[in-house]
Design a protein around this ligand. Sequence first.
Ligand code: THU
Length: 138
Amino acid sequence: MKAPTPPQLRKLKAAAKTAAGRAYAPYSRFTVGAAILTASGKVYSGCNVENASYGLTNCAERTAIFNAVAAGEKKLRLQCVVVYTPTDMPTAPCGACRQVINEFGPKARILSICRGKGQISSSTHELLPDSFGPASLG
Ligand code: THU
């Protein structure tokens, strides 16, 4: 999958950062924003949404992807996922989010950025080798 253009990347980073500001994270106080670029060039974003029943928390990455599906993206194909945290170190997607990213973006690029300088760039395959996905069902 081709890399986002510099303007697309700027837009994704800005959208992920804005989304982090919308996080509902009163329990962990760990705010996360995510923005996705679809193969058709659209950007969707999402934040983490926690719950008093902690296990019901939805991560930023999944919120962004579900947001795209809910907006009518019938054949969603992820080109790039940007994750932003206002921390010194970047945050890689959790296991559940890796599985959901794989569903819609087996060839995607995942970039984690933060307030600090560090970043992590990985392919879906690097994050989830030997994956179970749509093709596994035959
Ligand atoms: N979180 C995300 O939103 N994305 C990740 O990839 C890692 C974790 C959220 C879930 C929870 O609201 C908070 O960060 C602390 O785990």
